[in-house]
Design a protein around this ligand. Structure first.
Ligand code: EPZ
Length: 419
């Protein structure tokens, strides 16, 4: 097990390129199953979650090579239709492979994904939608046995919640189905648009991705296409929060600033000076940030739930009190307990967190409990007086390619040590 050791107090200064988006790479890798060909996926971040996706594809019969940040996926000999429980447990978002496996193999067997650190992660929206598309699903003793008797038939699907994963599974299941599928209340995240762009480049017929109504007209087959995964908007947010919490000046490059507007609206309220172009954001912070009255996490294009923890870390040293309302996940404030161990003043009341800023944090030994909460603890360590040790950083490695190298290049005193 590794840990990060951080000596706080340095102002972050400099420029950094942002990695490809984990939450786009995963569904795009699932989509490589939808053709008897070789897919070339660029800007694929080197993450443990991407490694898990690669293991799933290899288990199904794909041959995969990594060349720097490019993955070459040979899906010509796919013959598997099961995801072993070990792999399902390793990464709950493996559920996004279900639609692609069913589309390719007309059947699938996998264990229901466990909950995760963010609370129960139900998949009822995924399964209800797949059943409407003609998939027979038996849920017995934690295993899902899925079968398409005849073929996937297009239909109208109205999601009670704009679930990102359910929207992705529906797209992956119906692009090669018969007829037209219309998804109402679809997720509008940029990762949905990226997946749809990749599928359309391969010959799919998807209209409306990025809006709340998506229409898919099934096609008989998909052809080869290269793809460049979009930049990771949450990693970009994390680095900008590093500038806020250290009173620094950081420019993040290779970002799609259009994807960051929900976050930038909040960061502007901290008093940060923000300059943005098409593919960069410069954030300069003089002194302590101002508190932000209320931050509600919402489906895109609202303020993203994945940004809640990093922004809470940044506002833990703000002048004034910020109120967070976490509307997406049941249990996404675990980082607040650890931040309070570092001198923060965060009180929880159900889905509300009241964050009263303190002048400075103090170093402590803290434990990452989930991916974005772990990143928040690293941010807190950058500010804290003295030494902070962040443990269980395997959570962070799921989503950040090289967090200590990136912050180190910006002037932070941070190192990774194997315990
Ligand atoms: C995706 O998770 C992301 N993961 C999450 O990022 C992100 O926080 C989330 O979308 C929201 O933006 C990936 O893309 C791999 P949802 P997903 O389905 O698809 C409920 C990170 O840190 N729900 O939109 O699982 C669910 O319980 C991760 O990178 C149902 O009730 O999110 C949750 O409360 C964390 N039934 C809400 O909807 C369902 O069938 C949002 O879930 C599905 C979801």
């Amino acid at each position: 097990m590794s840990k990060l050791i951080i000596e706080g107090g340095s102002k972050l200064k400099g420029e950094i390129d942002v990695q490809g988006a984990k939450n786009s790479a995963l569904p795009v890798l699932a989509a490589t199953l939808l053709g008897n060909d070789i897919s070339v996926i660029h800007n694929c971040p080197k993450l443990s979650d991407v490694d898990a996706a690669v293991r799933i594809l290899e288990h199904l019969g794909c041959r995969i090579q990594r060349e720097q940040d490019t993955l070459v996926v040979d899906a010509r000999n796919v013959d598997g239709f099961t995801i072993p429980e070990s792999l399902m447990r390793e990464m709950r978002s493996s559920i996004v492979f279900l639609g692609a496996i069913i589309s390719r193999m007309k059947k699938a067997v996998l264990s229901t994904p466990g909950g995760c650190e963010l609370g129960p992660r139900p998949i009822d929206l995924h399964l209800d939608a797949l059943k409407k598309l003609g998939v027979l699903i038996e849920d017995e003793h934690g295993f899902l046995r899925c079968q398409v008797k005849d073929k996937i038939r297009g239909t109208k699907i109205s999601l009670s919640f704009p679930s990102v994963g359910a929207t992705e599974n529906i797209l992956l299941a119906c692009v090669l189905g018969e007829g037209t599928t219309t998804i109402y209340n679809a997720a509008q995240e940029p990762e949905i648009v990226d997946l749809a762009n990749y599928l359309n480049r391969r010959g799919a017929n998807i209209n409306g991705a990025g809006k709340s109504v998506i229409t898919v007209t099934g096609v008989s087959s998909l052809h080869q296409a290269e793809h460049w995964v979009i930049p990771d908007r949450i990693v970009a947010t994390t680095y900008l929060c590093g500038s806020v919490i250290t009173g620094g000046e950081v420019c993040v490059h290779k970002v799609n600033t259009g994807d960051l507007q929900g976050v930038l609206t909040v960061l502007e309220q901290t008093g940060a000076q923000i300059r943005q172009g098409n593919d960069f954001v410069l954030l300069k912070m003089e002194g302590r940030p101002c508190a932000v009255k209320t931050i509600r996490t919402m489906p895109y294009p609202g303020f993203p739930t994945d940004a809640q923890a990093p922004v809470m870390a940044a506002l833990s040293i703000a002048q004034g009190t910020s109120i967070f309302v976490e509307n997406i996940f049941e249990s996404r404030y675990k980082h607040s307990v650890e931040l309070n161990r570092m001198g923060a003043d965060i009180k929880l009341e159900g889905k509300v967190a009241v964050c009263t800023g303190v002048p400075k944090l103090t170093g402590a030994t803290v434990h990452a409990e989930d991916l974005r909460g772990g990143a928040a603890l690293v941010l807190a360590g950058l500010n804290a007086q003295g030494i902070t040790i962040v443990k269980n950083i395997y959570h962070i490695d799921r989503g950040y390619e090289k967090i200590e190298a990136d912050f180190g290049n910006l002037g932070a005193h941070i190192s990774r040590v194997d315990e």
